[in-house]
Design a protein around this ligand. Structure first.
Ligand code: 13P
Length: 255
């Protein structure tokens, strides 16, 4: 596996944080600190912040994403946002299947698959999240579970479409807990995901595929995690709300 073939991608997931005014302040803080990044930089923000962040990042190296989208293009789905609505604004990325959506909002592997297909049809880049709970890790089923989540999510996704996808391995027990997976644990599961991609799409597709780690990645631990052979980037929650910390992670990925 040749890591040089893959582009490192550092993406912030702002989750349910920041009003539009606060979002403007945050993105203006991030912009100058990441302008020389030698990796892809993305911020995924609440729907109501998209306009202001898109405007503020025009002409910069920062890509903008949403945190979810519905699987239908339009219709009677009160409170939902569709993929074409996002692309019509200039949004380029969307996170699908975050564990917080799976845990609190009834997201299943099947609905994850439907959302991914809709997002790809609309031309969005997808950041798919997979990962196990602490209980599942202790049961020793992490590899099987993550492989299954990945396979179901990718059902019907073509090799060409796969080029617009990233997978983020996010162990649920490491999210927002300050408890990071060890570099070895992160790499092990990212390698499982890469072998699933190789089985489904071939070695060339797997070698070129970007896999992120997410879960309490911060300015201090990023370099070690990102140095792992199968870890190609990070999906960052808490630390993405602090410009200096986020920039430090971007720097670690740019080496
Ligand atoms: P934290 O970095 O806050 O642990 O969140 C990770 C995450 O869920 C990113 O999607």
């Amino acid at each position: 596996m040749n890591k040089q073939l893959r582009k490192a991608v550092i993406a912030g997931n702002w989750k349910m944080n920041k009003t539009p005014a606060e979002a403007k302040e945050l993105i203006e803080g991030i912009k100058p600190l990441v302008k020389n990044a030698d990796c892809d930089v993305v911020v995924c923000v609440p729907y109501v912040d998209l306009s202001v962040v898109l405007e503020a990042t025009k002409g910069t190296n920062i890509g903008v994403g949403a945190e979810n989208c519905h699987w239908e293009n339009s219709g009677a789905f009160t409170g939902e946002i569709s993929a074409p609505m996002l692309t019509s604004m200039g949004v380029q990325y969307v996170i699908i299947g975050h564990s917080e959506r799976r845990t609190y909002f009834g997201e299943t592997d099947q609905t994850v698959n439907k959302r991914i297909r809709a997002a790809l049809n609309a031309g969005l880049n997808v950041i798919l999240c997979v990962g196990e709970s602490l209980e599942q890790r202790e049961q020793g089923i992490t590899a099987e579970l993550v492989a299954m989540q990945t396979k179901i999510a990718l059902c019907g996704v073509t090799k060409e479409e796969l080029k617009k996808m990233i997978i983020a391995y996010e162990p649920i027990w490491a999210i927002g807990t300050g408890k990071t997976a060890t570099a070895q644990q992160a790499n092990e599961v990212c390698a499982v995901i890469r072998s699933v991609i190789a089985d489904l799409y071939g070695k060339d597709a797997a070698d070129a595929f970007t896999i992120q780690y997410g879960g309490s990645m911060n300015a201090k631990n990023a370099a070690e995690l990102l140095a792992q052979p199968d870890v190609d980037g990070g999906l960052i929650g808490g630390a993405s709300l602090k410009p200096a910390d986020f920039a430090e992670i971007v720097k670690a990925a740019s080496k």
